[in-house]
Design a protein around this ligand. Structure first.
Ligand code: TYM
Length: 363
């Protein structure tokens, strides 16, 4: 039985059926269009989409990044807002450095194979596996009976998203690790149940989680994840925030009264201080210990302005590019249409192989 958390499973990369793909490195990841993208999304995931698009090309592979609009309907939503936030997210991703000549950028809704493959995988995924998913427990809260079925089966769609393209590398923050482990378990069970050893249909995907920014925490509570759904806008830095707003949010961030320690061990039991120092380290590319060698013994009165400035330096060019791109709806639509056409081609072989392995006749 699958055990989530303590992982003892095999880490060998299983290469896919060579007739389906000849690629060694295929990067695939998704991001939901609900709410405003924030610093946690950027440091935990988007920055690595940009890095891995180049790594994939250098390795002769491909990078596919999609807007998870099908996932967004698992929670109550406003259709008009979903439409406009999908296009704004395209503008954000391009502003962050995704290059549509290198990356296939699209939205799930234009590639029906995601939903089709989810249905095929629903036959393999087990209730017990889904019952253990912490996101469903968190998002449904006390209202389990009132939660949508889409929220429950959400991780199976996420598995379909990556398995459809034979993903090898999936850049995500730490909160998505459990979903990726589930995707591996579904792939493994499907391959075992329906394929010969020589011709597995699915590749087992590997999560790519940045150690320095795996989980960026709220600016108001160092124990809660920075999140789009936090009702307080002061809890997060949005990628569209201007310099004044960023400085204000950092200055108001919750801290304690102690000066910064000289070593990382001294941040134990100080979640807010650890979060701010980790953000500084992730943004500047320094290690936490190097940051503390510089700022150890200093109070937050000196550290916070330095953190605010480091953030403004990285985020200002992004918000400027975003503001320039977001008005041009036609170009954003065209990016999605072009990406979706390519994604439909790329997923076709695996979808057909999955139907075939299950004994389904498709005409
Ligand atoms: P989403 O839209 O919540 O977040 C997008 C990405 O940002 C990362 N992230 C964070 N990283 C560090 N610190 C944080 N505070 C933080 N908040 C968010 C997430 O880990 C994610 O990588 N289910 C996914 C979307 C999805 C997907 C997929 C991802 C759908 N299909 C297939 C990968 C592969 C989600 O809701 O991410």
């Amino acid at each position: 039985m699958a055990s989530y958390g303590a992982r003892s499973r095999q880490r060998r990369l299983i290469l896919p059926n060579p007739s389906l793909t000849e690629t060694i490195m295929r990067v695939v990841s998704g991001i939901q269009p609900t709410g405003k993208p924030h610093l946690g999304n950027y440091l935990g995931a988007i920055r690595n989409y940009v890095k891995l698009q180049d790594d994939a090309i250098a390795a002769g592979g491909e990078c596919l990044i999609f807007i998870a609009d099908l996932h967004a309907i698992s929670m109550p939503h406003d259709p008009a807002e979903l439409r406009s936030s999908t296009l704004e997210l395209v503008a954000t991703l391009v502003a962050c450095g995704l290059d549509t000549n290198k990356t296939v950028l699209f939205n799930q809704a234009q590639v029906p194979a995601h939903a089709e493959l989810q249905w095929l995988l629903n036959g393999t995924a087990r209730m017990g596996w889904l019952n253990r998913m912490t996101q469903f427990k968190d998002k449904s809260g006390k209202n389990r009976e009132g939660a949508s079925i889409a929220l429950f089966t959400y991780p199976v769609l996420q598995a379909a998203d990556v398995l459809l393209y034979q993903a090898t590398h999936v850049p995500v923050g730490d909160d998505q690790k459990q979903h990726l482990e589930l995707a591996r378990d579904i792939a493994q069970k499907f391959n075992n149940d329906f394929c010969s050893d020589a011709e597995p249909v699915f590749t087992l995907p590997e999560p790519y989680i940045p150690p320095e920014a795996a989980r960026i925490m709220s600016l108001r509570d160092g124990l809660a994840k920075m999140s789009k759904s936090d009702p307080s806008d002061m809890s997060r830095i949005n990628l569209s925030d201007d310099a004044d707003t960023i400085m204000k949010k950092v200055k108001k961030a919750k801290t304690d009264a102690e000066p910064l320690p000289f070593e990382k061990a001294g941040l134990g039991g100080r979640p807010e201080a650890l979060n701010l120092v980790s953000i500084y380290a992730a943004v500047t590319g320094e290690s936490v210990d190097a940051v503390l060698r510089h700022y150890g013994g200093e109070g937050f009165g000196r550290f916070k302005p330095a953190l605010g400035e480091a953030l403004v330096e990285v985020l200002s060019p992004i918000s400027e590019r975003f503001n320039a791109l977001k008005q041009d709806r036609e170009s954003l639509d065209a990016i999605l249409a072009r990406g979706a056409a390519r994604a439909r081609e790329m997923g076709g072989g695996t979808l057909a192989a999955a139907y075939n392995a299950l004994g389904l006749v498709r005409g």
